[in-house]
Design a protein around this ligand. Structure first.
Ligand SMILES: [Zn+2]
Length: 501
């Protein structure tokens, strides 16, 4: 009797040890697969149950669970820092140079090592220990395998598979874009400046800039900087892809001709072109714009994957690359395109400091992103002056945003297409020969961009008619609202929210 009792306790003890090991394995490997799990407790419970049941079958324990744990252990340093697999990781894996891979690895913080060591030992114990129980029926196995499919492995394996297939789709799209590298039969090339800079901003509304009259000083440098500032520039469309594809290439509104674009124009004229970007290189939202970038002689993206990938860089990280492009010695005229992350939601992620500290955090961060942009412009102009070469820097934002807030509530700013503010963007040119701050108030549609670019750079091609701001006479501007061309003047007003300080 005593012997039997002892045996049961012993068996219970072995089972308890098994369960403790499973529990630790589940907790550590869930952490290894990334931070973002909806319903953490439920997914851990499902995962635990799967490990418990599948371990009751020797074969499945060795050939299903064990390999999965080993994959998880290999993935742990990446998963704990960057989360579940995404296209950025895959692109980093396939595209980057050895130095970038080393940088990727050196970014892994050392506090992850204990987890890695712990998981290593747990897997070792799991592999060597004989499970204290065995199931005979197949029912628990089927349930266990279903639970495994619903466990955090869902994100790791499906996410990994999706990212790899998506990567190849985007890569193919970029390869195809090379066929747009055409010579635009340039007739005359008479550039006024040595270096041309096009800075493309992001989600910046004109009315939140003190430059255009916002009462809070959001753009102290630009407020008095020498240059031509246009008050009345209207973007072609309300989000990055729709706007930039219609701005940077020849467009009649609904459609556009991708091969007739400003990079091909500059290349055809013998300019050396650079594309420096803090937006994503690859992803559904990024690849369409990257198609322009890869036509450039040199391209550099801070983010290999999508714009909202796991690593977030400040726009100021583009400065060294910008300086490098400026410093490169060449007889050619340069066109340097700088694509900012700017004031894209989420605003608080874009900035180094919240300079306003408002109770309305979103607005505070949004306005702070303007301040940082203003500083960036100042620094870029300083770099340009240092070269002692003539220059002209053109800036515009791809589109604006809507204030979607109710009365007496905090500002909620988001992409939209029904408001004037979705299209009212800043446009200015800071040149080495501008000696005064000139504010020009007139409506100009961004559909003229290619003509403006042609006039600015002195590149004339049969495909593009050059037009200066003075020559443009826009009466009834239309914008693309995701589906149709609509009258800008018919859109609803959406004034900037003022802050009291
Ligand atoms: Zn945008």
């Amino acid at each position: 009797m005593l012997k039997k009792k002892l045996k049961i306790t012993f068996k219970n003890k072995r089972l308890t040890i098994d369960l403790v090991i499973y529990f630790l394995l589940v907790i550590v490997s869930t952490a290894a697969m990334g931070r973002h799990h909806n319903n953490y407790i439920l997914s851990v419970a499902v995962y635990f149950f799967a490990v418990y049941t599948i371990s009751g079958y020797r074969y499945f324990k060795s050939f299903v669970l064990l390999p999965l744990f080993i994959i998880t252990w290999i993935y742990l340093p990446i998963g704990m820092v960057y989360g579940s697999p995404n296209i950025g990781m895959i692109a980093s894996l396939f595209d980057t140079t050895k130095e970038e891979t080393l940088e990727f690895l050196s970014n892994i913080p050392s506090d992850i090592y204990p987890f890695s060591v712990a998981l290593f030992f747990l897997i070792g114990i799991f592999a060597c220990r004989k499970t204290s129980y065995q199931f005979k029926s197949h029912v628990p196995l089927v349930i266990g395998l279903i639970c495994l499919c619903l466990s955090p492995y869902k994100n790791l394996l499906y996410g990994g598979y999706d990212s790899v297939t998506d990567y190849f789709v985007q890569e193919k799209a970029l390869e195809d874009a090379f066929s747009h590298k055409v010579n635009l039969e340039v007739q005359h090339v008479k550039p006024k400046y040595q270096n041309y800079i096009v800075v493309i901003g992001e989600s910046m509304r004109r009315d939140y800039m003190s430059l255009y009259g916002y009462p809070t000083k959001t753009t102290p440098y630009l407020d008095t900087a020498n240059g031509l500032f246009l008050n009345g520039y209207i973007s072609t469309a309300p989000n990055t892809i729709t706007s930039l594809s219609r701005t940077l290439s020849l467009s009649k509104g609904l459609t556009y001709e991708p091969s007739i674009n400003f990079i091909n124009l500059a290349n055809s004229a013998g300019f050396k072109s650079y594309w420096i970007s803090n937006q994503g290189k690859m992803g559904v939202w990024d690849t369409p714009i990257t198609k322009f970038a890869i036509l450039s002689d040199e391209e550099h993206f801070l983010k290999n994957g999508a714009y909202d990938g796991s690593i977030n860089y400040q726009d100021s990280k583009l400065l060294p690359l910008f300086n490098q492009a400026l410093a490169e010695s060449t007889q050619q005229h340069k066109l340097i395109v700088v694509h900012l992350m700017g004031s894209h939601p989420e605003f608080c992620q874009r900035i180094k400091h919240d300079v306003y500290g408002l109770e309305d955090k979103q607005l505070s961060c949004y306005l702070s992103s303007y301040r940082e942009f203003d500083q960036l412009m100042k620094k870029m102009v300083e770099s340009l002056k240092m070269t002692k070469q003539s220059y002209s820097l053109m800036y515009f934002s791809d589109h604006g945003l809507s204030n979607e807030h109710q009365k007496d509530q905090f500002v909620y700013m988001t992409h939209g297409s029904y408001h004037k503010s979705n299209y009212e963007v800043p446009f200015f040119m800071l040149s080495s020969d501008s000696h005064q701050h000139q504010l020009v108030k007139k409506p100009v549609s961004a559909y003229h961009f290619l003509s403006l670019f042609s006039d600015w750079t002195g590149i004339t091609s049969e495909k593009v008619a050059p037009l200066s701001i003075e020559q443009i006479n826009d009466k009834n501007i239309k914008v693309f609202n995701f589906t149709n061309m609509v009258n800008f003047s018919d859109l609803a007003p959406d004034p900037a929210v003022k802050i009291s300080r």
